[in-house]
Design a protein. Structure first.
Length: 281
């Protein structure tokens, strides 16, 4: 088993990031498209010699155009940001777009008005596309988990292994009974004539206390699930983060019969077709 574990550790990948991980340009484009008309109206502020007059002109035509101005300072409306006004009162940022005077205050105190008048921004649609791209990097942490799920999904599909995703434990009364009150959602389920594989997948590029908790939790879940005939818990994990939690992972590896990474997953696929019993890769 020690030799197998050492091989497992040597196979861990540095990253699971593909080129489409960095930016979700489809979402970015849609976010810009949703406010494009308002941005085009606000473009008339660029190079204006009389900023207040330009604001008044837009206000008279469609004052709602100013409601998108928070994104010009890289803030989303849904975040409901609070700010301090000039006398120290806590007010909502969106309240700055409810009158001509407050819009002028926003433009002046953020410095955006000066930037617009000096034409340091040429087009607000292009400018906001850049802001959206920057804000989208905050979503990378969430995408990382989905990337691993997508990779496993593609591997299983290409191998011709039928599977279901995001399946709840309540589907099987015997599993519900052994897991107790905690309902579990499994990332994947693979059903063969002899065994139902309940699968969790994750990838850790960095260390932290979470890895120890994950290893402990899965060890407990695996023991309960594997006690039921016809069911087996499978854990597919990868990433250099496990180097910092090697001891805890090794402990789990000794408890959970079916632990795979992105390299050894091919051995699990082989078991799906030949009906092998529980064993370490």
């Amino acid at each position: 088993m020690l030799k197998d574990f050492d091989r497992f550790m040597s196979q861990l990948k540095e990253t699971n990031q593909t080129l489409d991980f960095f930016c979700d340009f489809k979402k970015i484009s849609q976010n810009v498209e949703d406010i494009k008309l308002s941005l085009c109206m606000l473009n008339s502020l660029i190079g204006s010699s009389d900023l207040r007059k330009s604001v008044e002109t837009i206000w008279s035509r469609d004052k709602k155009a100013f409601s998108v101005m928070d994104i010009l300072v890289a803030v989303r409306t849904r975040d409901k940001k609070k700010i301090l006004d000039s006398v120290g009162n806590c007010i909502s940022l969106e309240s700055m777009f409810t009158s001509i005077d407050s819009v002028m205050t926003f433009l002046t105190e953020t410095g955006l008005g000066d930037v617009l008048q000096k034409q340091q921004i040429k087009n607000l649609v292009d400018y906001v596309f850049g802001i959206e791209t920057g804000l989208d990097t905050n979503a990378r942490k969430n995408r990382s988990g989905h990337v691993m799920e997508n990779m496993v999904s593609n591997i299983l599909a290409e191998a011709g292994v039928p599977f279901r995703q995001e399946v709840y434990s309540r589907e099987w009364p015997s599993i519900t009974e052994v897991l107790g009150d905690d309902e579990k959602r499994f990332d994947f389920v693979v059903e063969t004539p002899s065994t139902v594989y309940l699968i969790e997948v994750n990838f850790y590029s960095g260390g932290g206390s979470k890895l120890n908790e994950v290893a402990r939790s899965y060890s407990d879940i695996a023991t309960k699930i594997n006690s039921i005939d016809g069911f087996e818990f499978v854990w597919i994990t990868d990433g250099m983060g496990w180097r910092s939690a090697k001891n805890k992972l090794q402990e789990a590896y000794g408890i959970i019969p079916s632990v795979y990474n992105l390299t050894s997953i091919q051995e699990f696929i082989g078991r799906c077709f030949n009906g092998s019993t529980k064993e370490h890769p």
